[in-house]
Design a binder for this molecule. Structure first.
Ligand code: SF4
Length: 160
């Protein structure tokens, strides 16, 4: 599914989108980040950080959300449906990508927004994609997992 060609396509490109929390931005629901290793090599790629949930106005910190089997995204504690707000943020990211000629994105696995191969539902990891990933893919953007078991990125980056 994710071949060495697809990795080369990303690493050879002038820039790509990336989940902001992977670059050390404290934008996760719990107010933390999940920085990837090899920051110097990542910086050299020319990445554009994006956070769909912050762009949707959910704030930091914020209540945890999850993507249900029917594709809707809800606040875990209250059941509030936030699908439309998150979709609008994803459309804004598509426009940002187009404005910069970006056709690829490395996004954070297991997220209800950014997951590209896996997400979590009820705390359990399942195969699936986040809502922002789904919107990006529908608009022709290649979304690859920047972390997690199916990511070719970390091994391709190596160490510092
Ligand atoms: S929405 Fe994406 S970029 Fe934002 S904190 Fe979650 S995984 Fe990171």
């Amino acid at each position: 599914m994710f071949t060495s060609d697809s990795v080369a396509k990303v690493t050879d490109s002038a820039h790509a989108l990336v989940s902001a929390c992977l670059l050390g931005v404290s934008c996760r629901y719990d107010g933390l980040s999940k920085p990837l290793p090899a920051p110097k090599r990542l910086a050299a790629v020319g990445l554009i950080p994006v956070c769909p949930e912050v762009m949707a106005g959910f704030g930091v910190p914020r209540p945890a959300i999850e993507r249900r089997e029917d594709g809707r995204v809800v606040v875990c504690d209250t059941g509030e449906d936030v699908t439309e707000r998150l979709e609008q943020a994803a459309y804004a990211i598509v426009e940002l990508a187009r404005a910069h000629g970006v056709t690829t994105a490395w996004l954070k696995e297991y997220s209800p927004s950014c997951g590209s191969t896996y997400l979590k539902r009820g705390g359990i990891a399942l195969r699936g994609e986040g809502l922002a990933t789904a919107v990006l893919r529908r608009h022709g953007i290649t979304v690859l997992p920047a972390d997690g078991p199916s990511s070719p990125l970390l091994s391709s980056l190596g160490g510092e």
